[in-house]
Design a protein around this ligand. Structure first.
Ligand SMILES: Nc1ncnc2c1ncn2[C@@H]1O[C@H](COP(=O)(O)OP(=O)(O)OP(=O)(O)O)[C@@H](O)[C@H]1O
Ligand SMILES: [Mg+2]
Length: 493
């Protein structure tokens, strides 16, 4: 804690491990120390045996894997902030990339499990188009057409907008061929941006993010690299992982430390231009994932980048310096001040504009769950390297990882694309509706839900799309899809 401009090493400001699942926010203007703060949080969590998942948007977090710079300056800062035993140290890190164009181990997700809401976010669709996409997913589901990769979805939409698919399109109801055409074009653009190597199999198994080696939590870094053109895909993908964890992890009582911590750097990308369904899904996932022992930290420039419904769920606040150059800055500053507990000790508006680099106004939840008074805090220096380790070192680490054997090669199984292509090759008549000969029988309906509302349904609660998303995206729907597609062994849920 900084008192009258001087850090007092005995006055420590800390986040109790047991309240990390009450989530947090790291905010501040550019260059004020946000990334180093989350680097410090990640390495301390790792040291405490907690795995961490985060996006390495600018490449500067790869230094987590390497011991830091043992300079006198760093040591002095460590002593000043009460970290007397500071020694440079690296953490166990896995480097992953979305698809095969990146420098990390390639990971993928199937179109089906990604679902229409998240895919709409990636494609930048409006709400009507999002609904249409949901209907198309549902149709493919009922036809037993597996949507694994982009060409599967593309071929389904191409079929529906073709002369021969006219009857099918009409049968879906509420889907105009113009809207379907817009979605098709958006898909083509996404493919051109490298999305084609990301959607497919083998699908990332979220269990691989929960590893602990030699007592240290593994830090999984998603390298942005080739996806720089589509940063929204990145944050949306992390949301998918979080939603998937929500479905796979058991309920936990109060744990003395979290099972996993998720950090969204550049979180404004997640919320910019988001649909209502998407925002609801984020809000609900963040709210409910807490009881599964998972903590979520958002990192962004302004707290106002985060919707209020999410912001109000973030227990720990680390607010680095804000600027007040423009009237808009001033507005955001006033708003930020209002989100803090009242304090007699600081003029918050003044404090927030005069914090030094690597300093922040901090309030956290105490062990009892009550917000602590705000404290002007100087952040400890990370023990790992405050820089990138470079692309070559990242590539080398990725290729020697055991995960590379599991995810290195793309698998292309028979799915919608192959089935529809085969059908065309078999010279269908123009008015023939789609009847796929070799479809296995429909599985029995899923068991009735236990009492209480279906959580997945709550998450996907947009009333306009709810009914047809139910089968496409809810847990039960995924079961049905997996049984039809014969992918039951793909992943356990
Ligand atoms: N806790 C810290 N210990 C030591 N140095 C720090 C610390 N925090 C910040 N710094 C210094 O400030 C610089 C900028 O910090 P950082 O990269 O974290 O800023 P940022 O807020 O993430 O910026 P951007 O918005 O551009 O991503 C660092 O390179 C480092 O030199
Ligand atoms: Mg940064």
């Amino acid at each position: 804690m900084v008192i009258d401009g001087v850090a007092d090493p005995t006055a420590r400001v800390r986040i109790p491990l047991a309240t990390i699942n009450r989530h947090g926010l790291i905010a501040g203007a550019t260059g004020t120390g946000k990334t180093k703060t989350l680097q410090g949080i990640a390495e301390q969590l790792s040291a405490a045996g907690v795995p961490v998942v985060m996006a390495d948007v600018k490449g500067d977090l790869s230094g987590l894997s390497k011991a830091g710079d043992p300079s006198e300056k760093m040591k002095a800062r460590a002593v000043e902030t009460g970290d007397d035993s500071w020694t440079p140290a690296g953490m166990p890190v896995e480097f992953l990339s979305l698809g095969t164009d990146g420098i990390g181990i390639p990971v993928r997700a199937t179109i089906t499990s990604f679902g229409p809401i998240l895919l709409s976010k990636v494609l930048g669709l409006n709400e009507t188009q999002e609904s249409t996409l949901g209907l198309i997913f549902h149709w493919a589901d009922t036809q037993g057409l597996a949507l694994l990769d982009l060409k599967d979805l593309r071929s389904v939409i191409a079929h529906l907008t073709s002369a021969e698919g006219k009857a099918d399109l009409k049968g879906i109801g509420g889907v105009s061929s113009a809207t379907a055409g817009v979605i098709l074009r958006a898909l083509v653009n996404l493919e051109a941006d490298g999305g084609d190597t990301f959607f497919g199999e083998p699908e990332l198994e979220t269990e691989d993010l929960l590893r602990v080696v030699g007592g240290a939590g593994v830090i999984t870094l998603f390298e942005l690299g080739a996806q720089a053109a589509r940063p929204a895909m990145f944050s949306t993908f992390l949301m998918w992982v979080l939603a998937d964890l929500f479905q796979t992890l058991p309920e936990e009582g109060d744990l003395d430390k979290p099972k996993l911590v998720f950090i969204f750097d550049e979180a404004h990308l997640l919320f910019a231009d988001a649909s209502k369904a998407f925002l609801q899904q984020v809000e609900q996932t963040v709210k409910l994932i807490r009881s599964k022992g998972v903590g979520v930290f958002f990192c962004t420039q302004l707290p106002t980048d985060i919707p209020n419904s999410v912001l109000s769920q973030l227990g720990a606040r680390v607010q680095h310096a804000l600027r007040a150059f423009t009237p808009d800055d001033q507005k955001a500053l006033n708003k930020t001040v209002r989100t803090y507990p009242k304090t007699e000790h600081y003029d918050l508006e003044k404090a927030l504009t005069s914090l030094g680099i690597g300093e922040a106004i901090v309030t956290v939840l105490s062990e009892k769950g009550a917000p602590t008074p705000v404290a002007w805090t100087k952040i400890r220096p990370p023990r790992s390297l405050m820089d990138t380790i470079g692309n070559d070192a990242i590539k080398a680490a990725a290729s020697s990882s055991p995960l590379n054997q599991k995810y290195g090669q793309t698998i292309d199984r028979e799915s919608a694309y192959e089935k529809l292509t085969a059908k065309v090759a078999g010279a269908p008549t123009a008015d023939q509706s789609l009847d796929l000969p070799s479809l296995p029988d429909l599985p029995p309906p899923p068991p009735a839900e236990p009492e209480g509302p279906n959580i997945a349904e709550q998450i996907l609660g947009n009333s306009a799309v709810k009914s047809f998303l139910r089968s496409a995206a809810s847990t039960a729907g995924r079961e049905i899809s997996r049984n039809i597609f014969g992918t039951g062994s793909r992943r356990k849920r």
